[in-house]
Unconditional design. Structure first.
Length: 510
């Protein structure tokens, strides 16, 4: 085990360095709330790619990705990689369209209000905020658990240190600071991941010894036709695609890109990079099964979620463990600063409609106050919650149900707000009917509970059902609709927050 003092010292030094860099870079460049929450048209090709890579690569890839590999094998590894690639590819098409229709926008909830009206806006706000907050709490829980496992660092110390330092530079520099630090973090994460993987191969005796260990422990993990692995891999693809399409993180960066071509190219690059990173991370789980005692059967002894760290403690020299600790820190910082910004921005963008003509100073104060509130709440939840991963799956399910109705309005003139909401709700109901988590609460619903089908422990019916049913209903409702909305008019429903004439736009209804 790595010394607690060494791990804690490495943590503090890393946090101090990146906090200093974030504050230094954004000094004097945040002149308005637009700069703070949007950094509009400021990111060139290189920054766009690195911020997209760094923002999605949270510490979860050291827990969830190896867990998928350990429990379901190579088929799930491929499914996870495809799941991470799919939303990035989708945004390479959606991003330019969003910039074209809503050029002065800031958030997906702002678009939802302009396109669909109050009811769908409220639903999208709830789903998006829940997903990102759970993601944030899970990130802090993950890094706290990682340092506790490999170095015995008390979890509260890690959560407070990471949350506090990241809050300093994101509260001060906003999205500009986040994009700059993302660039450096991405340039460090990729080599560290490569070093960790290569070091693992050497430390474990080479690829032949690794293959022999896996074959002896569970040969099915190397079978691409492993049925359970295929089902879980496809389920992950639907879950991740749906969740990321309602993630404000990406909508912010669509506007931060220098132009539409920069946005298109950045998301295409991230499609390849993110899928490769997740693929490598998930392989660690399969390797762990062949080298240490990984329990994949659900029960009190289940430990597949920490399979990478079991492998670290069992077989790796200290220098590789330290490399993974630094990798975990960089991963969590890159996603936590992004989520702080994203959560505060979805509310800040709506303040002009809720308040009576607030000035820029009021909006900037509101954005920074919201960032602090989000940070404190996330740190608290990360220290208290015992079921963050289960909440994560619920948030994914919500995203799978609402994603297609939300983005289809960028292309369809005939989809109404009530139609989009109905499609989302029905899709969610189908997903919940097969959802294995919180099963006791779901089946306890009078009358309905007795009619529910058996839960799907591999989540495929749940996630795919929510996504496909909401998609089919959206297309059907649009085809049957006899009303049309002028999509070109969406540009008049949003205004820049540094525009003195901003009044929050007009109300839109069905």
């Amino acid at each position: 085990m790595v010394s607690t003092a060494v791990a804690l010292g490495l943590t503090v030094v890393t946090l101090v360095v990146f906090t200093g860099l974030g504050v230094w870079y954004s000094r004097g460049s945040v002149q308005s709330v637009e700069d703070l929450i949007t950094a509009r048209n400021s990111a060139g090709n290189g920054q766009m790619t690195t911020t997209l890579v760094a923002s999605v690569m949270g510490v979860w890839i050291l827990f969830a990705a190896p867990e998928a590999g350990a429990a379901f094998g190579i088929a799930a590894v491929v499914g996870y990689a495809i799941g991470e690639a799919a939303p990035m590819f989708a945004y390479s098409k959606l991003g330019p369209r969003i910039r074209e229709l809503v050029p002065d926008g800031h958030s997906l909830t702002e678009y939802a209000h302009a396109r669909y009206g109050d009811a769908m806006y409220a639903f999208v706000l709830l789903v998006s905020a829940l997903y990102m907050f759970v993601f944030l709490a899970a990130e802090l829980t993950g890094i706290a658990g990682a340092l506790s496992l490999v170095a015995g660092v008390p979890q509260w110390q890690t959560a407070v240190l990471v949350g506090g330092f990241v809050l300093l530079y994101t509260g001060y520099g906003g999205l500009r600071a986040s994009i700059f630090t993302d660039t450096i973090q991405a340039l460090l994460v990729l080599p560290l991941l490569a070093v960790a993987f290569a070091g693992a191969v050497v430390a474990l005796g080479g690829s032949g010894a690794i293959h022999a260990g896996i074959t002896a422990a569970n040969p099915a993990l190397l079978d691409p036709g492993f049925a359970a692995g295929l089902q879980f891999g496809v389920a992950l693809a639907f879950a991740i695609l749906g969740a990321e399409l309602i993630n404000q993180t990406w909508w912010q960066r669509i506007y931060a890109g220098k132009d539409s071509e920069t946005v298109r190219r950045g998301f295409r690059n991230a499609t390849v990079a993110n899928s490769l990173i997740v693929f490598v991370a998930a392989l660690f789980g399969i390797v762990a099964v062949g080298q240490t005692e990984v329990v994949t059967a659900l029960g009190p002894e289940y430990n597949a979620d920490i399979s990478l760290f079991l492998l670290l403690n069992a077989a790796f020299p200290e220098w590789i463990v330290l490399a993974v600790v630094l990798l975990a820190l960089l991963l969590v910082m890159s996603s936590v600063d992004t989520l702080f910004n994203a959560l505060s921005s979805i509310v800040t963008a709506d303040l002009p409609r809720l308040l009576a003509a607030p000035d820029d100073r009021t909006l900037r104060l509101g954005a920074r106050t919201l960032t602090v509130v989000v940070a404190v709440a996330a740190i608290y939840v990360s220290l208290r919650a015992q079921s963050v991963l289960r909440l994560f799956f619920l948030a994914d399910l919500l995203g799978a149900a609402v994603a297609f109705p939300l983005v289809y309005g960028l292309y369809s003139r005939r989809l109404t707000g009530s139609g989009a909401l109905a499609s989302s709700v029905v899709g969610l109901a189908v997903g919940l009917a097969y959802f294995p988590d919180f099963r006791g609460s779901i089946t306890a619903i009078p009358v309905i509970g007795d009619l529910l089908p058996a839960a799907d422990p591999l989540y495929l019916t749940s996630f795919a059902g929510a996504f496909l049913v909401s998609t089919a209903l959206t297309l059907l409702i649009s085809w049957l609709s006899n009303t049309e909305q002028d999509l070109d008019a969406l540009s008049g429903e949003t205004s820049r927050l540094d525009d003195p004439a901003v009044d929050g736009g007009s109300e839109v209804s069905d």
